[in-house]
Write a protein that binds this ligand. Structure first.
Ligand code: GAL
Length: 816
C-alpha cells in the first residue's frame, strides 16, 4: 500500500482488491486524523458487457462477472468489424451497454464523514446506484462529477454496492472513436462535514511583475453540520521546494449556509513565473480549523504568469511575444483506447515537446484531469474545449439530444474543475458549431460566454469557427467572443485585420493533411486534395489505403502542413495555430472508406512513431539542429525518386549518392524543405548540412538487404511497480547491417516473463485489422510497438519478440 501526496489531495492511497476501508482507517496515517482522505477506487470492480437491469439491486449476484481494474474501455478490447460501423467515423469497434459493480465496506469510524464518489469521466449516459438508490445520470461522456454517498452507506462489516450502467449503444453519437465505459479514474473522497467544496478553490493572479505578484484565492466552504459555525482558514503558498512564501489567515469566519465563499489575498515577491520553457509551479495549501481542530486541508496548484492576445501583434506570455505552436488532440491513447493512463499521456506530450510544440487544443471536449496536471508540469498552453455540437446535432444520437437539459451543468463543471490550471489559457465553447449559420448562434453564444465569465474572467472565450464572412457568422455576430478561432482557410488569414478589425485571432485548426508513416507517392511536388463528396465516393486512392508521407496530400478543406505554416509564420496578428492533429486517432479515416479505421491526420502515427513531417516542425519550432532526409533507399532501379530534406541552423545541404554529389540545395524565400530528383541506384545517400561552409549535421540512408533480425528499444527500462506504469517498446526489423527494412511486415510474437502484461500492440497502419489487445502484431513499414504494463510486484520483466525467419530479441525491464 503506498501513500502519496497528490496535487489536490492531502492523502491519496492505493487500496487492494478486497477494498475494505477498515484496514486503511486504522492505519497510522488516518490515526493522525488527516481530515481529507482520498482513495483510488479503481480496483475490485466487476464488469458485464450487455444489459442486466437487475444489477442495480444489492441482492444481484455478479460472481460470474469479469473482474477488472479501472480505468476501462471495453471498445478497445473488441475486433474491428464492418458490423460495428454506423458511419466510418467512430472506428469500427464494438460499443453497446455495459455494467460495472463494486462491493465495499466502510468502517464505523467514518460515520461522521461526508463521503463522495468522484468519476472523472464515463462514456456515456451513466446511471449510478449505491445500495439500490439511484444517485444520478450523466449523459455527457467527458464530464467529471461526484455524488454524495453518505446517507446511503452502511458502516462496519455491512457491505455497500455501487452499480454503474453505461449506455453507449445509440450510434452514431460522435465523429471520432470515443471508447466505452468508466474510462477515467474514480476516487472515494471522505471529508469532515466542514470542508472545501468540490473544485472549491479559485486562484487568480490579478497583477504580476518580476518583482511582485498578487495572488487572490477564493475558497468555497461547505458546511454540512446544519448549524452555523465559526472557523479559521490558513492558506499558505509553497514554492516548489515546499518553502512557504506567503500565508494568510482569516479568523472568525462565519459559516451560516451550506456554502460560504472566503477571499484571501497574498503578495509574492520576486515570483518565479510559469512559462512553456520553465513551467514553475507553486501550490497553495488551505487549512480549515474549527474549534482549533484541523477539519480540512486542500491543495490548489498555482502558476504565476500573465498573457495577452493582441489583435495586431498576436500572443505574448509574461511580456514576451511568442506564437502558440499547437496541435489538436483527441483523447484516445492509440492501442490503449480511451482508458486513461498518465504515462501514456506523458509520452505523447514528451514527443510533442521534443518537436517544439508548446500548446494543445483538447479537441473537442474536456480532457482527463491528469492531462492538465501534466500540461501544468511540462509547460503547455491549453485551449480547453467544451463541445463539438450545441443543440444542432452532427451525428444522429449525439449530445445535441441532451443539450437543453445539460449544457449549463457540463460547461460550468468544466470551468470549475479546470480553472486553477496555469496551463489553461483559452476556453473554447465549441468546434465548428452549426449554429454559426443561423440566428440561434447569437443567443447560445451569449449564454455560454456568460456561463464561463461568471466563473472565470481571466481567460478569453473562443469558439472554433469556419465561416469567415463576418455577416454570415452568427457566433461572431453575438459579439460575445474575446478571441476568434478559425479552422482552415489559410488564404483568409492575411486579411483578418480588415475583415475582423480589432479582434485577436488564432488558427484554431489547420492542415488536415494526410499521411501514412513511411509511404511515399511521387511526384512529391504535386498535391492531392482528397475527398470532395465524402469517403463513400472515394475512388482514386491507393489500393492499400495509404496516404503519402511527403506532405503532398490533404483533405480538400485543409492544406498541406507547409502551406498553412508558411502563412502563419509571417503574420504577426495570428496568435498561433493548432495543427489537426498531433497523433493519428481512432475513427475518421478520411478519405478512405472501410477497412480504413483510423485517421491519417497525425504528425505522429497511432503508435506514436513520427512521420517525416515531425521533423519539418522540429526544424521550424525548435533550436535543435535538425537534418532529416527521406524517403528510404530501396526502389526499383532507374526509378525517379524525390529526396527531401528538412533542416535548420545551416545555409545549405549537399546530397551524395555513392559519394557522387547530387548538388547543393538551399531554402530560399518561403521554402521549408529542399528536394533533389534522383534516378535511383542502390547504395548510400549521404546528406551534409553546412553553415558558413562548416558541416553541421550528416545523415546517411542506405539500400538495405534482407530482413534478418528483430531489434527492441524501450522508451524507459526502469518502471514503477504500481500496476499502471508503461514501457513503450519499439520493434524494428533490421537487415544484418542493422538498417531498418522499409517494407518489412513480419508477424512478431511477444512473450513476457515476470511481472508485466502486454497492454496493447500497434503498428500505426490505418487499415490494420489486427486487435490491439494481443501478443502479436505485424510490422508495418519495418516497425511495430508493444506496450508493457507493470504489475504491483517489483520484479524484472523480460520481453521476448520472435518471428519466423528472423533472429529474435529479448529486452529486460526493471519494475520497482
Ligand atoms: C474539422 C473538424 C475536426 C475533424 C477535421 C478533419 O473540420 O473540426 O473535428 O473532423 O475537420 O479534417
Amino acid at each position: 500500500m503506498s501513500v502519496m501526496s497528490n496535487r489536490h489531495h492531502i492523502v491519496r492511497r492505493q487500496i487492494g482488491l478486497i477494498c475494505s476501508l477498515m484496514s486503511l482507517l486504522t492505519s497510522p496515517i488516518f490515526a493522525q486524523n488527516n481530515p481529507r482522505t482520498i482513495l483510488d477506487f479503481d480496483k475490485g470492480w466487476r464488469f458485464y458487457l450487455g444489459d442486466e437491469p437487475k444489477a442495480k439491486d444489492v441482492a444481484f449476484n455478479d460472481s460470474d462477472w469479469r473482474k477488472l481494474p479501472l480505468p476501462h474501455d471495453w471498445s478497445i478490447e473488441g475486433q474491428f468489424s464492418e458490423q460495428h460501423l454506423s458511419t466510418t467515423q467512430e472506428g469500427a469497434l464494438p460499443t453497446g451497454i455495459g455494467w460495472y459493480r463494486k462491493v465495499f465496506t466502510v468502517p464505523i469510524s467514518a460515520k461522521n464523514k461526508a463521503i463522495f464518489i468522484e468519476f472523472d469521466g464515463i462514456y456515456r449516459n451513466s446511471e449510478i446506484w449505491i445500495n439500490g438508490h439511484l444517485l444520478g445520470i450523466r449523459p455527457y461522456g467527458y464530464s467529471s462529477f461526484r455524488y454524495e454517498l453518505s446517507k446511503y452507506l452502511k458502516f462496519g462489516s455491512e457491505k455497500n454496492t455501487l452499480a454503474v450502467r453505461v449506455d453507449n449503444a445509440a450510434q452514431p453519437n460522435s465523429r471520432w472513436y470515443t471508447g466505452s465505459g468508466i474510462y477515467r479514474n474514480v476516487r472515494l473522497v471522505m471529508t469532515s462535514p466542514i470542508a472545501v467544496n468540490q473544485w472549491g478553490t479559485f486562484v487568480t493572479t490579478p497583477t504580476v511583475s518580476n518583482q511582485k505578484a498578487t495572488v487572490s484565492l477564493q475558497t468555497s466552504i461547505r458546511n454540512a453540520t446544519r448549524k452555523s459555525q465559526t472557523i479559521r482558514i490558513v492558506s499558505t503558498i509553497l514554492d516548489t521546494f515546499g518553502k512557504a512564501v506567503a500565508t494568510q489567515t482569516a479568523t472568525s469566519v462565519q459559516l451560516k449556509d451550506t456554502l460560504t465563499i472566503v477571499s484571501q489575498q497574498f503578495d509574492v515577491s520576486n515570483p518565479l513565473l510559469w512559462s512553456v520553457e520553465k513551467p514553475y509551479l507553486y501550490k497553495i495549501i488551505t487549512q480549515i480549523y474549527s474549534q482549533n481542530q484541523l477539519v480540512d486541508s486542500y491543495e490548489t496548484p498555482l502558476g504565476i504568469r500573465y498573457f495577452h492576445f493582441d489583435p495586431a501583434t498576436g500572443f505574448s506570455l509574461n511580456g514576451q511575444p511568442m506564437k502558440i505552436l499547437g496541435v489538436c488532440l483527441h483523447h484516445d491513447l492509440g492501442a490503449l483506447g480511451a482508458a486513461v493512463n498518465r504515462r501514456a499521456m506523458q509520452r505523447q506530450l514528451e514527443l510533442l515537446k521534443a518537436m517544439g510544440c508548446n500548446a494543445i487544443r483538447t479537441a473537442h471536449n474536456p480532457p482527463a484531469p491528469e492531462f492538465l496536471d501534466l500540461c501544468d508540469e511540462m509547460g503547455f498552453i491549453i485551449m480547453d474545449e467544451a463541445f463539438d455540437m450545441w443543440k444542432k446535432k452532427k451525428s444522429k444520437q449525439d449530445y445535441g439530444l441532451s443539450w437543453d437539459a445539460w449544457h449549463k451543468t457540463d460547461l460550468e463543471d468544466m470551468v470549475r474543475r479546470d480553472r486553477n490550471h496555469p496551463s489553461i489559457f483559452i476556453w473554447s465553447i465549441g468546434n465548428e458549431i452549426r449554429e454559426q449559420f443561423d440566428s440561434t448562434g447569437i443567443t447560445i453564444t451569449k449564454e455560454l460566454a456568460s456561463i464561463v465569465k461568471k466563473l472565470d474572467t481571466t481567460r478569453p472565450v473562443t469558439s472554433a469557427l469556419t465561416e469567415n464572412i463576418p455577416d454570415k457568422n452568427f457566433i461572431y455576430r453575438s459579439g460575445a467572443l474575446d478571441l476568434l478561432g478559425f479552422n482552415y482557410k489559410h488564404e483568409a488569414y492575411a486579411d483578418f485585420p480588415k475583415t475582423f478589425p480589432n479582434q485577436a485571432v488564432l488558427a484554431s485548426e489547420t492542415g488536415s493533411s494526410l499521411q501514412t508513416r513511411r509511404h511515399y507517392d511521387m511526384p512529391s511536388d504535386s498535391v492531392r486534395m482528397w475527398g470532395k463528396g465524402g469517403p463513400a465516393n472515394f475512388k482514386d486512392g491507393n489500393p492499400d489505403w495509404t496516404a503519402s508521407a511527403y506532405d503532398n496530400e490533404a483533405a480538400y478543406w485543409g492544406s498541406t502542413h507547409e502551406q498553412t505554416w508558411k502563412v502563419i509564420k509571417k503574420l504577426p496578428h495570428m496568435a498561433g495555430l493548432f495543427v489537426w492533429t498531433g497523433f493519428d486517432y481512432l475513427g475518421e479515416p478520411h478519405p478512405y472508406p472501410w477497412p480504413a479505421r483510423s485517421s491519417y491526420f497525425g504528425i505522429l502515427d497511432l503508435a506514436g512513431f513520427p512521420k517525416d513531417v515531425y521533423y519539418l516542425y522540429q526544424s521550424e519550432w525548435t533550436n535543435k539542429p535538425v537534418l532529416h532526409i527521406f524517403p528510404h533507399w530501396n526502389w526499383p532501379k532507374g526509378k525517379t525518386v524525390d529526396v527531401w530534406a528538412y533542416y535548420n541552423q545551416a545555409d545549405e545541404v549537399e546530397l551524395f549518392l555513392n559519394d557522387k554529389s547530387l548538388g547543393v540545395r538551399k531554402k530560399t524565400g518561403d521554402d521549408l524543405h529542399v528536394m533533389w530528383r534522383v534516378t535511383y541506384e542502390p547504395g548510400t545517400l549521404k546528406a551534409i548540412s553546412r553553415k558558413g561552409g562548416k558541416p553541421v549535421l550528416t545523415q546517411t540512408i542506405s539500400t538495405v538487404g534482407k530482413p534478418t533480425k528483430i531489434q527492441l528499444i524501450a522508451d524507459r527500462t526502469t518502471l514503477k511497480a504500481d500496476g499502471k506504469d508503461l514501457a513503450y517498446i519499439t520493434v524494428n526489423v533490421l537487415d544484418d547491417q542493422g538498417n531498418l527494412v522499409p517494407d518489412a511486415n513480419h508477424l512478431i510474437t511477444f512473450s513476457i516473463q515476470g511481472e508485466g502484461i502486454i497492454a496493447g500492440v500497434d503498428n500505426g497502419y490505418q487499415a490494420s485489422m489486427e486487435p490491439f489487445k494481443a501478443n502479436y502484431r505485424k510490422a508495418y513499414n519495418g516497425k511495430c510497438l508493444a506496450i508493457i504494463q507493470t504489475s504491483e510486484k517489483a520484479r524484472k520483466i523480460r520481453v521476448k519478440a520472435t518471428s519466423e525467419g528472423l533472429q529474435g530479441a529479448v529486452l529486460e525491464l526493471i519494475s520497482r
